[in-house]
Write a protein that binds this ligand. Structure first.
Ligand code: FAD
Ligand code: SF4
Ligand code: SF4
Length: 461
């Protein structure tokens, strides 16, 4: 009998007043009983509309049926036919705009909690039944991957499964891309990412950290003397944007990327850490996306009073609803319809305030969202001693500027076709480096697609 409850099984959470003081994971995961009960809400629809909403086309009804039957390892096998990072995607995918948006149970009530079920299956597998993958026999062909975020890892994993000798070159000292340096521990514990990377290493993927392609080694060298038959560029979009207002070079102004990197990758969140980072009294985070929510919630956990300053209204916030709700519950103060005009400094060049103007919404702009227009005589000052700019990012121009024959967009994105092929022979690209800042699952999908194209390219050479 299907479970016809209109509501999803609630996800157990740490309470807001407890979690806003620690970096432990906020969502605690379903129990076996909750997972089976939730799986029984699925109607096993013949036309599988939910699958069309998943960028990597996981056979959602089939894996959910296995959960309902208590066949968790079978469910895991079905998921991993399509996804190489299920414990990650089950946590951070924007399910509400992807698979769950298409779920028929969402027409009258809440959709099936597909992401939570995916997380349950992956965590259970990792905790109880993880077998070390075996390295497939080598086919003698070498591929280089630049960047170890979800796009690079997915591409490397797919190629390694087919016997390729894959080396990933990563600029930072730890593999994982945004999964380790950007998304905070309380949303995605780093041990989970490390576990997934261990699985890839067991397949034979080599990861060389502290290798900045374009500085330490060039694409010419990779394709020439190092003998890589193809290169996949998955270098992400890590270059932060600023507003170009007065005061952005004062002490106490961070890009969200720097602030989050210091906390996550450089472990400032751990007690007793010596990583330099400001634990400010009052922090303004400028921006309204997921990155702004992550930076604000991290600052809150350091004991700061935190404002989100955003030029449109609450309705227009681009961050996931769930993240906005969590931020509100944790005590973040939203200063919407407000736009910074200058950051103020004291005699030691430390931040001592930020001036803003009030905005109102006018006609829709090119993005379809109503354009914010400044209200006359509305200036006010926020009393803050730290400002974090979370205004978006773009691809770093380093690889483009050191590689001949690689076409890019004006804004820096590498131009690649739907299979990841770029303008340079044997060079493929995918993930945020091509699309600009997007999502984990889209980056992973691009990595998988490019792996298939690289395989065909090398086999037909
Ligand atoms: P990245 O993850 O950026 O990885 C690129 C890697 O390439 C990095 O490790 C970088 O160091 C390396 N690199 C760069 N240049 C070079 C070079 N020259 N040589 C060698 N290595 C290089 N998406 C979601 O789906 N859900 C979320 O909840 C979510 N939250 C986010 C929160 C934050 C704070 C941020 C910043 C992003 C978030 N995203 C989220 C977006 C998502 O993380 C990215 O879309 C995704 O990680 C892109 O994957 P990628 O592999 O293309 O690039
Ligand atoms: Fe949904 Fe993401 Fe899982 Fe696909 S990978 S089924 S979009 S949660
Ligand atoms: Fe199950 Fe919803 Fe997919 Fe139908 S649309 S198969 S109910 S998850």
């Amino acid at each position: 009998m299907p479970n016809m409850s209109l509501k999803k099984n609630e996800m157990p959470h740490q309470l807001p007043d407890v979690r806003n003081k620690n970096f432990d994971e906020v969502a605690l995961g379903y129990t076996e009983e909750q997972a089976i009960d939730e799986a029984k809400r699925c109607l096993n629809c013949k036309n599988k509309p939910c699958v069309g909403g998943c960028p990597v086309h996981i056979d959602i009804p089939s894996f959910i049926q296995k959960v309902a039957e208590g066949e968790f390892e079978e469910a895991y096998k079905i998921i991993t036919q399509a996804s190489s990072l299920p414990a990650v995607c089950g946590r951070v995918c924007p399910q509400e705009t992807q698979c769950e948006q298409r779920c028929v149970r969402g027409i009258k009530g809440e959709p099936v909690a597909i992401g939570r079920l995916e997380r349950y299956v992956a965590d259970r597998h990792n905790a109880l039944a993880r077998k070390t993958a075996e390295k497939p026999e080598s086919n003698g062909h070498k591929v280089a991957v630049i960047g170890s975020g979800p796009a690079g890892l997915a591409c490397a994993g797919e190629l390694a499964k087919n016997g390729y000798e894959v080396t990933v070159f990563e600029a930072l000292h730890l593999a994982g891309g945004v999964l380790v340096y950007g998304i905070p521990e309380f949303r995605l514990p780093k041990a989970i990412v490390a576990d997934e990377i261990q699985g890839l290493k067991a397949l034979g993927v080599k990861i060389e950290t502290n290798k900045v392609v374009g500085k330490t080694i060039s694409i010419d060298e990779l394709q020439g003397e190092y003998g890589y038959e193809a290169v996949f560029i998955a270098s992400g979009a890590g270059l932060p944007k600023f507003m170009n207002i007065p005061g952005e070079n004062l002490k106490g102004v961070y890009s969200a990327n720097e602030f989050l990197t210091r906390i996550n990758l450089m472990k400032a969140y751990k007690e007793g850490s010596t990583t330099p980072i400001q634990r400010a009294k009052r922090v303004a985070v400028v921006g309204g996306g997921n990155v702004a929510m992550d930076a604000a919630r991290c600052a809150k956990r350091f004991g700061s009073e935190v404002y989100i300053v955003y030029r449109r209204g609450m309705e227009e916030l681009p961050a996931r609803r769930e993240e906005v709700e969590h931020a509100k519950e944790e005590g973040i103060i939203f200063k919407t319809l407000s736009n910074p005009t200058a950051i103020l400094g004291d005699e030691n060049k430390n931040v001592c305030g930020m001036t803003c103007v009030k905005m109102e919404l006018g006609e829709p702009d090119a993005s379809g969202r109503r354009r914010p227009v400044e209200k006359p005589d509305s200036e006010f000052t926020l009393d803050v001693d730290c400002v974090i700019m979370a205004l978006g990012t773009s691809p770093n121009p380093l690889i483009k500027s050191t590689t001949d024959g690689l076409d890019t967009q004006k804004w820096g994105g590498i131009i690649a076709d739907e299979f990841g092929k770029t303008s340079r022979e044997g060079v493929y690209a995918g993930g945020d480096a091509v699309t600009g800042a997007a999502t984990v699952i889209l980056a992973m999908g691009a990595g998988k697609t490019a792996a298939k194209a690289i395989d065909e390219y090398i086999m037909n050479k």
